[in-house]
Design a binder for this molecule. Structure first.
Ligand SMILES: *[C@@H]1O[C@H](CO)[C@@H](O)[C@H](O)[C@H]1NC(C)=O
Ligand SMILES: *[C@@H]1O[C@H](CO)[C@@H](O)[C@H](O)[C@H]1NC(C)=O
Ligand SMILES: *[C@@H]1O[C@H](CO)[C@@H](O)[C@H](O)[C@H]1NC(C)=O
Ligand SMILES: *[C@@H]1O[C@H](CO)[C@@H](O)[C@H](O)[C@H]1NC(C)=O
Length: 676
């Protein structure tokens, strides 16, 4: 009795020893039919050694999984095992640019998915079981088609972490263009302690970047996702409208450790061009159809030739450089040309400092866009860095910024694609006598706060400081709900790009340029604050920064100060508001406008302070009521006013020890002060 229980104990111990010392791992540089199971359209091709998950045919599905299940739950540790995996994939889109729907690293209860749908469902889920807790699927998708549900996965070319459903728990735009028809390496790490998935992506010949592309939340609830044993592998699908060939070239995996590094020189290499497999019904069908239609096509082709040639004169061939394929935000010229009806004048909605703006509708999605067309005198140079900069501006997301969706270049033209903002620019709403619109104070104050919040995001809240360089009312666009969106940020710098660096080019708009900018040519966050100050005065006064009228003071700031000195700064307020405004808010805006546009840059607040003043979290120093009790000395008062930046605006008579101060911005007040 005792002997046998001793033996059982020993064998248990041995078993634990065996289990705890042997970590589960594998690695494949290319594949043969060993140890991988596949189904549906997937072909493991021993001649080139790659797994072809799907070929380029519509609505096909493929799976390739490691033969044995992987022990995910660790009874010794009483938690999930960590794992790390690395694989190299390649997606060859059928028409060179625009395929679908992507592939996914998949952990599931079974390597088969009966009833699963193609397209967005990636051959793993279908309409009825999507989201079901009986699925037991954790997948990391490399999705090449715009999102499954609008607004959530709205960016095509994204990576997503999906738990039991195709809607992602977390998603991120892939920094690389996934369908680039060349090998891409992905690293997926699961931390069993934190219960967190992280994903890193790079070109296959590059080392692992230090920065992960994305991480899921920590402490994922995996109770309905991971079972004790899970199969690991890949799934892919094509759709009715878009298809690509999806390949896996190499794969390594390790439980509780780092997966082997795949040596890119030992991986199979695939042709860059896509070769649809010949033994599928789709291509057979296509061949028959093609043969039958050939004669008809020939006739039509001949007839169309002249037409095509003429059309080409207009749209031209788009010659893409290799790096351009890596830019997820690049649009095709033809798409933009069609969207704007060939940049027709009737679609023109404005013309700014850099070029004309056209309204357009993308035929693929029906989404409205605004396209800015910048034409340079010379063919565009240094486009690669230029594009990198645009790509980075495209990552800026804030509700008070006009989102830069992407770009396109052709010869001397640079096209920038923005969200379409329906109500046009602030200047046209503020002082276009024909518009018949008078913005209420509530709307104006809301616009003032919104622009401040957008500018603060550019200055301080994003990963790098972005100087707008051209804050002005015509760059503030007004959304359908009357909230403001600041446009054209960072553009001035792009515009300067490639110019001879010896010629300092001061960018900005007359009336908004801070004095030190004209001297040094150096834009900074405080030159933006200066321009913002002018904008505040514009909104309050309903007047342009510079007016060309003989009988009025042409410079807005001077005019406001003049009103102040003549009696009251409130006299400068836009008369069209019929004096309907909140006095304290107006006082704050006028004071803040003057302080921001102070000629000395040290006096200007930062955008963070501006936001605090506007939210009432801090009191604007100008509005602190100074108490002159008659005992103060002139120089003491002057010093305080100097400190507040009002020194230019003091009138005092030394004889009578009488000081005329533009008190708290609003009105001239006289104070008797003790002798000097
Ligand atoms: C449990 O975790 C330990 C420590 O990471 C590991 O060595 C062991 O192989 C794991 N056991 C199983 C059954 O996965
Ligand atoms: C397949 O698995 C067996 C063990 O199960 C191993 O000996 C063999 O090397 C594996 N083959 C490949 C290609 O990884
Ligand atoms: C969805 O998939 C499940 C199994 O995963 C299958 O039983 C069901 O029939 C499928 N539904 C449809 C509508 O295809
Ligand atoms: C995890 O999900 C399961 C099933 O949806 C639920 O019963 C459980 O309460 C969840 N656990 C936590 C910690 O949220």
């Amino acid at each position: 009795m005792g002997g046998s229980s001793f033996l059982i104990q020993i064998s248990l111990l041995l078993c634990i020893f065996f289990v705890t010392t042997q970590s589960f791992s594998f690695s494949f540089h290319g594949f043969n039919n060993q140890n991988i199971t596949s189904d549906k359209e997937t072909v493991i091709n021993p001649s080139n050694g790659a797994i072809m998950l799907t070929n380029s045919a519509p609505n096909v599905i493929g799976h390739a999984f490691y033969r044995d299940p992987i022990p995910m739950f660790n009874t010794t540790l009483n938690r999930y095992n960590s794992f790390s995996t690395q694989f190299v994939f390649q997606i060859n889109p059928s028409n060179g640019i625009d395929g679908g729907y992507g592939l996914a690293f998949t952990l599931s209860q079974s390597p088969q998915f009966p009833g699963a749908a193609a397209g967005h469902y990636m051959g793993v889920f279908n309409e009825s079981n999507n989201g079901s807790s009986t699925n037991h699927v954790l997948m990391v998708e490399f999705d090449t088609v715009n999102g499954y549900d609008e607004g959530v996965d709205s960016d095509g070319n994204h990576v997503g972490i999906n738990l039991n459903q195709i809607n992602s728990n977390a998603t991120k735009t892939a920094e690389l263009y996934l369908q680039k028809a060349s090998p891409i390496r992905a690293w997926i790490d699961f931390d069993g302690i934190k219960k967190q998935v992280s994903v890193t992506v790079a070109r296959a010949d590059k080392p692992k970047p230090n920065e992960t592309l994305m991480k899921s939340d920590e402490n994922l609830n995996l109770s309905t996702v991971l079972l004790n044993d899970m199969y690991a592998g890949f799934s892919a699908a094509t759709g009715a409208d878009k298809w690509s060939s999806h390949y896996i070239l190499g794969w390594s995996f390790r439980l509780n450790g780092v997966a082997d590094d795949l040596d890119s020189s030992r991986l199979p290499s695939l042709p860059v061009t896509d070769s649809p497999s010949s033994n599928n019904n789709y291509s057979k069908l296509m061949k028959t159809a093609l043969t039958a239609a050939l004669s008809v096509v020939l006739v039509i082709a001949a007839a169309s030739l002249i037409g095509i040639l003429m059309y080409r004169r207009w749209t031209k061939y788009e010659v893409l450089e290799e790096w351009e394929l890596d830019s997820p935000h690049r649009f095709r010229y033809k798409e933009l040309y069609d969207a704007t009806k060939g940049f027709r004048d009737s679609e023109k909605i404005g013309s700014g400092g850099f070029g004309a703006v056209y309204r357009g509708v993308l035929s693929s999605t029906g989404v409205e866009i605004a396209v800015k067309k910048i034409t340079s005198n010379n063919p565009l140079q240094g486009m690669r860095e230029f594009a990198a900069e645009i790509e980075s501006l495209g990552k800026l997301r804030h509700k008070n910024l006009v989102h830069l969706q992407g770009w396109c270049k052709r010869k001397n033209d640079l096209l920038l694609v923005y969200d379409y903002v329906p109500n046009g620019s602030l200047d046209s709403l503020l002082y276009n006598p024909n518009s018949g619109i008078v913005l209420s104070w509530e709307q104006r104050f809301n616009i003032i706060k919104g622009v401040a919040s957008g500018l603060l995001y550019l200055h301080e809240d994003w990963e790098q400081v972005v100087i707008h360089r051209d804050v002005k009312s015509s760059n503030v666009l007004i959304d359908g709900d009357m909230s403001p969106r600041l446009g054209d940020f960072g553009l001035a710098r792009l515009y300067d790009h490639g110019k001879n660096s010896h010629t300092t080019h001061v960018v900005g708009t007359i009336g908004y340029i801070a004095p030190e900018l004209t001297r040094t040519g150096k834009a900074s966050t405080s030159t933006d604050v200066f321009a913002y100050g002018i904008l505040l005065l514009e909104i309050a006064c309903g007047r342009a920064a510079v007016v060309c009228e003989a009988h009025q003071n042409a410079i807005l700031v001077d005019w406001v100060v003049e009103c102040m000195q003549m009696g009251s700064a409130f006299d400068a307020v836009d008369a069209r508001m019929d004096s309907v405004y909140v006095v304290e808010e107006m006082e704050l805006v006028l004071g803040l406008g003057l302080l921001c546009s102070h000629p000395k840059k040290e006096m200007r607040p930062t955008m963070r302070q501006v936001v605090r003043y506007l939210n009432g979290d801090e009191i604007l120093p100008l509005l602190e009521r100074l108490s002159f009790d008659g005992s103060r000395r002139v120089d003491e008062v002057t010093a305080r006013l100097l400190e507040l930046g009002l020194v230019d605006r003091i009138n005092y008579s030394t004889d009578s020890y009488h000081l005329d101060v533009s008190m708290g911005v609003m009105s001239s007040t006289s104070f008797d002060v003790a002798g000097r």
